[in-house]
Design a protein around this ligand. Structure first.
Ligand code: AMP
Length: 307
């Protein structure tokens, strides 16, 4: 089943307690596509970059089976740029700079043959652009997933709340859930957010795992404890990519299957954070994914019956 991915394709400059990078390739859509490509080869990308974006990075996506026909390359313009600095606990970060550049006037055009996608992954981007993509779909996708962040809540909360009415699954982190709902308790926040439109809600808690909610149920998946965490950038997007990739492969959007998808999303995120940028995501193998899934099952499962 095909997945349409919209989001930033970007340059990032990252500082963590373990090191610092100059401009490297990043962006929400880049991480989503790379992570999802382990599950499906039917990934279609809609995004925008400037003339300064390296051809090789686009080729890397193509090599993973991503169709980049919907990626606009703007002559004479600069790619979206984000820089961030992580605190010592690596769970929180400060955005140092966001240069919208090509994003400022981006008008997403969804190619005709992308408009019947079964899964629409609206990656982190200006809410009005996410909506423009949704409006171009020919028939309602089986599942519309939206990811966003505090930056858009700070500047475009009204647009975001409007978009949420047409979203099936929202993925945000705990701080963003609090900001969106104006509730401190995540349980109360989830109840409020589920009344804004989404049928499902995922609240990510970084190294402490993720919650999945619907109106009646809640599921919690821990994150894999890792020896080395170098750079959490893109963890949320790799999570979303793993999740949507798994759902499209298994063609099942029930709560039970969403639970499995959350675990696959967590596994993809666990690879992402072990190196800077997209480096590690490009090197994962099916064997490595299976091995981490097994660790997950062993770590989180328990038996109430004594032997
Ligand atoms: P994550 O760590 O999963 O939240 O995603 C980090 C990625 O999001 C980086 O590669 C950035 O390029 C991208 N990013 C940062 N700020 C924004 C923003 N305001 N809108 C869209 N993407 C962003």
């Amino acid at each position: 089943m095909s997945v349409l991915v919209v989001g930033t394709v970007a340059f990032d400059a990252i500082e963590t307690p373990f090191g610092k990078t100059d401009k490297i390739v990043g962006g929400a859509a880049t991480y989503i596509c790379l992570a999802a490509s382990f599950f499906t080869k039917k990934i279609n990308l809609v995004s925008v970059v400037g003339e300064d974006f390296p051809e090789q990075a686009i080729q890397d996506l193509k090599n993973k089976g991503v169709n980049t026909k919907g990626l606009q390359i703007k002559k004479g313009e600069k790619t979206f740029f984000w820089s961030g600095k992580y605190h010592n606990n690596m769970n929180t970060r400060d955005t140092l700079e966001t240069q919208l550049n090509v994003l400022e006037k981006f008008n997403p055009v969804v190619p005709e043959d992308f408009r019947e996608a079964e899964f629409l992954m609206l990656g982190n981007l200006m809410p009005s652009i996410q909506k423009k993509v949704l409006d171009q779909m020919k028939k309602p996708p089986r599942l519309v997933i939206l990811d966003t962040m505090n930056f858009w809540m700070d500047h475009f909360m009204e647009d975001l709340v409007m978009s949420l009415k047409n979203v099936d699954l929202l993925t945000i982190n705990d701080e963003e859930a609090r900001q969106l709902s104006e509730e401190y308790s995540l349980i109360k926040a989830a109840k409020k957010i589920l009344k804004m439109g989404p049928k499902y809600l995922i609240i990510k808690k970084g190294e402490h795992g993720a919650f999945l909610f619907d109106k009646n149920q809640v599921f919690f998946a821990p994150a894999l404890p890792l020896e080395d965490v170098f750079d959490p950038t893109g963890a949320g997007d790799s999570f979303a990519g793993g999740l949507v990739g798994y759902l499209s492969k298994t063609k099942d959007v029930s709560f039970e299957n969403l639970k499995r998808a959350v675990v696959y999303g967590s596994v993809l995120a666990s690879f992402c954070v072990e190196r800077f940028g997209t480096e590690q995501l490009k090197k994962i193998t099916q064997k490595k994914i299976d091995s981490r899934i097994n660790t997950f099952v062993e770590m989180a499962g328990f038996n109430l019956l004594k032997n």
